[in-house]
Ligand binder design. Structure first.
Ligand code: C2E
Ligand code: MG
Ligand code: MG
Length: 403
């Protein structure tokens, strides 16, 4: 973990900083005055320094001057801590070559975001200065993301997560027939983080297993509450990662979550990608068949972007093909995309599969899909993914594709 040196003479502030940083798993060293601070910076070579400006003997400017003259410490990111009243102080500090400043009192997220930005710049600089050193480690930003993800799950018990629902609409009738559940993470220190950013990290750290379990559980509870409110025949799709799909207790958990909520398995659709299935076709087919025999629906997500496994398609136990939004974007005008999309719809229908077009953004795209008998659509044209309550509102007001 990055090592941070805190140089601060006020004990209360120093302790507070130590607590905050240690809670984030940073390695910390502290100095109660400028002289010790300079000494520790040279002997320990930290990755970042937080330094108070107003200190007796050697003040913050003195520390910065001393460190900038020493080759081993000259480039270490240096952040000044200043009192609110002292605007001219920070100007002077920045002019002397400090990298950033934080005014006291600061919030946890201000502190962390300043640290993260500086560490990231420093990592880039180090790579640039020594290109022969291949850095296999995570960037500071990814490290912070990983720490925050761990904490969001283990300490904060998923409170920072929310499941959004994007309507899936029947093209012929214009009515909502389903929803895709899409995970969102609102991190207090990093802001809104999208799944394309944190799912790969969750997969590489194994955190996807508790996350996936939580998603499945919450989605089942949500369907139950919609059933209780009189909303029937709405199919909710859940995205799976390969790791979750290959967990030995995956089916057991799914059955458990549906049965405790009195749901029918066909209320759920599982979205798998071609590449997940192709990793080990036989074992995937076995799991998919088991799911299907229970009544759970199965969709192939992002179809067309993975292996073009057309031969396998007829042997796969699936219900739905979701055409990737790459093909749908501008489909009415791009002759190659329209030829492919037409062929995909036709082929899926010959195999008795439903077809959902993903990422429909324009009337022209919708018109093309309607003309070629695509069953359903999903996309910003009708609605973005929504928090559960807003999605529910669309249902209660009978929001329709055609007005
Ligand atoms: P996906 O399953 O293909 O989901 C569709 C993505 O397209 C969503 O991105 C959605 O917000 C976006 N989208 C929908 N309509 C439009 C449109 O008209 N235009 C454009 N440009 N985009 C549109 P999102 O929510 O960022 O999710 C990204 C991916 O993250 C998903 O792709 C899925 O693979 C994964 N993911 C999301 N939630 C979960 C989850 O709970 N578990 C797992 N394992 N993966 C998830
Ligand atoms: Mg999906
Ligand atoms: Mg998709």
């Amino acid at each position: 973990m990055p090592k941070i040196l805190i140089i601060e003479d006020e004990e209360a502030v120093r302790e507070n900083l130590l607590d905050l940083l240690e809670a984030e798993d940073f390695e910390t060293i502290a100095a109660a005055n400028g002289r010790i601070g300079v000494h520790l910076a040279i002997s320990e070579v930290p990755d970042l320094i937080l330094c108070d400006i107003m200190m007796p003997e050697i003040d913050g400017y003195g520390v910065l001057t001393a460190l900038r003259q020493e080759p081993s410490t000259a480039t270490i990111p240096f952040i000044f801590l200043t009192a609110k009243s002292a605007k001219s102080d920070f100007r002077q500090g920045m002019d002397m070559g400090a990298d950033d400043y934080i005014t006291k009192p600061f919030t946890r997220s201000e502190l962390l975001s300043a640290i993260m930005n500086r560490l990231e710049k420093y990592a880039t600089l180090k790579r640039y200065l020594s290109p022969q050193i291949v850095n296999n480690n995570l960037s500071p930003k990814m490290q912070l993301l990983e720490i925050s993800l761990h904490r969001a799950i283990k300490q904060h018990n998923f409170q920072e997560f929310e499941i959004y629902y994007q309507p899936i609409v029947d093209i012929a009738s214009g009515k909502i027939v389903g929803a895709e559940s899409l995970l969102r993470w609102q991190s207090p220190e990093l802001g809104m983080i999208y799944p394309t950013e944190f799912i790969p990290l969750a997969e590489s750290t194994g955190l996807i297993i508790p996350i996936g379990k939580w998603v499945l559980k919450r989605v089942c509870q949500q369907i139950k509450s919609w059933r209780d409110a009189g909303i029937n025949s709405l199919i909710v799709a859940v995205n799976l990662s390969a790791i979750e799909f290959n967990q030995p207790d995956f089916i057991h958990n799914l059955v458990n979550f549906t049965s405790v909520n009195n749901l029918e398995p066909h209320d759920l659709e599982i979205e798998l990608t071609e590449s997940m299935i192709m990793q080990d076709v036989n074992s995937a087919i076995a799991t998919m068949s088991k799911l299907q025999s229970l009544g759970v629906k199965i969709a192939i997500d992002d179809f067309g972007t993975g292996y073009s496994s057309l031969i396998y398609l007829k042997n796969l136990p699936i219900n739905t093909l979701k055409i990737d939004r790459y093909f749908i974007h501008n489909v009415a005008k791009d002759s190659q995309k329209s030829a492919i999309t037409k062929a995909l719809i036709q082929m899926a229908h010959n195999l008795n599969l439903d077809v959902v077009a993903e990422g429909v953004e324009t009337e022209a795209e919708l018109g093309f899909l309607r003309q070629h008998n695509c069953n359903s659509m999903q996309g910003f044209l009708f609605s973005r993914p929504l928090p559960a309550a807003e999605f529910e509102n669309c249902l209660f007001t009978n929001k329709c594709l055609y007005v």
